[in-house]
Design a protein around this ligand. Structure first.
Ligand code: FUL
Length: 452
């Protein structure tokens, strides 16, 4: 065949092939459910609570663990009252001390004076979560500075035995938290993450698993409470592992990523992860926590806020006050959605599955008939069909011309915008760039609480 005939043939084939929209990564039902929890709580509690350390070294005596007033119901009730939808307890941190009476080591609550060695912190928290109707999860640190097998091949079996105990004896588990930290006690310890993850899938198929790189939920790349202003729920993980990923990549995600692994924003209400009395004056205020809500949930992430119980086994007063302030400010801001009755019904029915479709560069105008005043906006995509918006423009009509409110990037599960108050009777939204037509599911216009 002559060269030019071959070329013509190829050109003809290419021209006649319909452009098939690229299949976008989509969330599994457990990821979709997780994302909608929005605010979840971390409970860092162990021997460190009594030694003042952030990382114990494994030599701590179980004798020091004695939270005399420990009250899981009180802790979980505070979380429930302040809108947290899940509690994740540090069942074992890097020091190796177990908050449940594991059969595989005596370095546990069973060797402590607390409840004469008959107590089980994990069980009390799990039961309280069930009682108050919030989800339960746990953190089981692979790095264990106490266990003698750590650093030898048998450690993985030991770890899996502990994992199995936690996955079978405490009812439904909704999140399992892993990290890739390794200390000097055996730097070349090879964690069998594939094996750990398989066990979780087998025993608690609805649970999401967190590590720096998933498999279900990824780290947001910092511990200061900031998701990227652009935040994709998709990434690629080739060549990465827990503890071995670029935080900047994790923070922003990857529009071309082939895996749906949304970002979880873990941050502490205090400077440290564990309770230290000297940090009582450094507890983040309700207002500061609200700011973090905008920077996590409002940027397509989920807030995992750590509130560490004190040596009594309770939340400190300061922390409780901040949690209540946090929730009451949010409630005040988001109580009334001014878009209700002013935009298409399916955009305010609080269902992600009812949406309108926005194509690139085709502006949509909402005419309210009457002026309204607001300084916050919210957009949500129907993420069940993937994350699609790349850039969009929000404008308002000032009586004479369209003025820009904001030009923003990703929406995903939720995008919250903060801007100086505008008074207008019309808003215009234009998708400037999208991976596929945007399925806009929810819209909100709000007036912020003066306490924000
Ligand atoms: C890290 C740990 O090293 C910190 O102590 C803390 O538990 C944080 C949430 O995860 O990997």
């Amino acid at each position: 065949m002559k060269k030019h005939t071959l070329f013509t043939l190829i050109a003809a084939i290419v021209a006649s092939t319909p452009i098939v929209a690229q299949e976008l990564p989509k969330p599994e039902p457990r990821q979709l459910e997780w994302q909608q929890l929005e605010t979840t709580a971390f409970l860092h509690f162990t021997v460190n609570t009594f030694t003042g350390k952030e990382w114990g070294d494994g030599t701590e005596s179980p004798q020091i663990f004695n939270p005399k007033d420990f009250d899981a119901r009180k802790i979980v009730k505070t979380l429930k009252d302040t809108g947290f939808k899940m509690a994740i307890i540090t069942a074992k941190h890097h020091d190796g001390f177990c908050l449940w009476p594991s059969k595989y080591t005596d370095h546990t609550v069973a060797s402590s004076p607390w409840k004469n060695g008959k107590g089980d912190v994990v069980k009390e928290i799990a039961d309280a979560c069930q009682e108050y109707g919030i989800k339960f999860g746990f953190y089981l640190s692979p790095w264990d500075q106490h266990e003698e097998q750590y650093g030898t091949p048998s450690y993985n079996a030991f770890y899996k035995n502990q994992l199995r105990e936690l996955l079978t004896n405490y009812g439904e588990v909704s999140e399992v938290w892993f990290d890739g930290a390794k200390g000097d006690n055996a730097k070349n310890m090879e964690y069998d993450f594939d094996g750990y993850w398989q066990l979780v899938r087998e025993l608690q198929p609805k649970a999401v698993m967190f590590s720096d790189v998933g498999p279900d939920v990824r780290w947001v790349g910092n511990e200061s409470g900031n998701a990227g202003e652009t935040c994709w729920s998709t990434i690629d993980t080739v060549g990465m592992a827990p503890g071995k990923a670029d935080p900047k990549y994790l923070n922003v995600g990857d529009p071309e990523g082939s895996l749906w692994i949304p970002a979880e924003t873990d941050v502490s209400i205090r400077p440290g992860w564990f309770y230290h009395p000297e940090e009582d004056s450094k507890v983040k205020s309700g207002k500061q926590l609200v700011d973090l809500y905008y920077k996590s949930v409002g940027r397509n992430s989920l807030l995992l806020l750590n509130i560490p119980p004190n040596p009594k086994g309770l939340f400190a007063e300061q922390d409780v006050r901040s949690l209540h302030d946090f929730r009451s400010i949010l409630d005040e801001t988001f109580r009334e959605n001014l878009a209700v009755g002013r935009v298409t019904k399916q955009l305010t029915d609080q269902k992600l599955t009812t949406y309108i479709t926005l194509k690139e560069k085709q502006p949509l105008v909402w005419d309210f008939q009457k002026e309204i005043a607001f300084d916050r906006a919210m957009f949500q995509e129907n993420i069940a069909e993937g994350q699609r918006n790349v850039t969009a423009l929000m404008e308002y009509w000032d009586g004479k011309a369209w003025q820009q409110v904001d030009q923003f990037t990703t929406i995903g599960y939720k995008r919250l915008l903060r801007f100086p108050q505008i008074k207008t009777s019309r808003v215009r939204i234009t998708v400037l760039e999208a991976k596929q037509p945007v399925q806009l599911a929810e819209v909100g216009f709000y007036k912020a609480s003066p306490r924000e």
